[in-house]
Design a protein around this ligand. Structure first.
Ligand SMILES: Cc1cc2nc3c(=O)[nH]c(=O)nc-3n(C[C@H](O)[C@H](O)[C@H](O)COP(=O)(O)O)c2cc1C
Length: 213
């Protein structure tokens, strides 16, 4: 997976100028799953096979999570409280952590560290080949929410990420993948530290993805 992603979809993590690679939005799913079938198949999966999730599949899942579906306006596949678009979607794999870029539906490597094991005390999270990490950009949220109190900001961050998470659940059904939203079992401080998140960032949820076993 690493070679393929590095070559085609990712920006290199090196301190030198990032290597631009071709964008492969790949938003059209090959799946013929209907919305009704996706609803019927939605469930939480906690046992994953070890195989990496293929690039095209994970990019379709990430597009469902936070992709641009209206290029003219920059509108997303998910609604966003106060149009904050504060949700940042990271993907953690054995190869490192990558930030999803909604506009191009590509991934940008932010570290080569494998953070899956520290992201949660639940063993199945570390065993999942891919782990989505939702981060709310606190500064962006606060600016968009204009005077909202801290509680409203925390709720907004969680609602926005949860909407992405439900899209991921449905996209996973269409892709033959499994997933599970993780709230209580997320090690938020360890994740914030590992990703050097700025003060005020919120980590609402994490969400492992892989082939159900
Ligand atoms: C906000 C939220 C947080 C959750 N946190 C966890 C968690 O920390 N660990 C876990 O195994 N499942 C977690 N879940 C998944 C629920 O346990 C699961 O959705 C529930 O048992 C219903 O099962 P189903 O999703 O298969 O229908 C969470 C779900 C939600 C909505």
């Amino acid at each position: 997976m690493k070679k393929d992603l590095n070559r085609r979809h990712f920006l290199a993590a090196s301190a030198a100028a990032p290597v631009a690679v071709a964008a492969v939005p790949a938003i059209a799913s090959a799946s013929e799953t209907t919305l009704q079938q996706a609803f019927e198949g939605r469930q939480s999966t906690r046992r994953f096979g070890p195989a990496p999730v293929p690039d095209d599949q994970i990019l379709r899942v990430l597009w469902a999570a936070n992709g641009v579906n209206r290029p003219d306006s920059g509108g997303r596949t998910v609604p966003s409280w106060r149009t904050a678009y504060d949700t940042q979607v990271y993907l953690a794999t054995a190869e490192g952590v990558f930030l999803h870029v909604p506009e191009s539906n590509t991934l940008e490597q932010v570290t080569q560290d494998d953070i899956r094991a520290i992201a949660s005390d639940s063993a199945f999270v570390a065993r999942a080949p891919a782990l989505i990490v939702y981060v709310s950009d606190g500064a962006r949220l606060r600016e968009a929410a204009e005077g909202a109190d801290d509680q409203a900001l925390v709720i907004g961050a969680h609602v926005n990420a949860a909407l992405s998470a439900q899209n991921v659940y449905l996209a996973c059904v269409a892709e033959g993948l499994g997933t599970c939203l993780i709230g209580g079992a997320a090690n938020r401080e360890a994740i914030a530290q590992a990703l050097s998140l700025p003060e005020g960032s919120i980590v609402p949820y994490i969400q492992p993805v892989g082939t159900p076993r």
